[in-house]
Design a protein around this ligand. Structure first.
Ligand SMILES: [Zn+2]
Length: 84
């Protein structure tokens, strides 16, 4: 799994809507990729804050905005000396 794959599945992962094998792949990626680990934590917190203040479902609009923000952030970050 690449960082791109990871980011593609991240919101579903945080939504608990992934199947088990994909979930495991993501968790494995998190163990060696510090960058995605940080992104995952940040996104999770953002979603939790959002959920606390409103409903338990992420609207598609927010989900896609969140995703593109993450993608932009990831692209901006040049992979440096293995951040882990
Ligand atoms: Zn990664």
């Amino acid at each position: 799994m690449t960082c791109k794959d990871f980011l593609k599945e991240l919101t579903d992962y945080l939504d608990d809507s992934l199947d088990q094998p994909t979930r495991v792949e993501l968790e494995e990626h998190l163990q060696w990729c510090h960058n995605c680990y940080v992104i995952c934590n940040t996104t999770k917190k953002t979603i939790e804050i959002y959920r606390d203040s409103t409903l338990y479902e992420l609207p598609d609009d927010l989900r896609s905005r969140l995703r593109s923000a993450i993608m932009t952030k990831c692209r901006a970050k040049k992979p440096s000396t293995s951040g882990a």
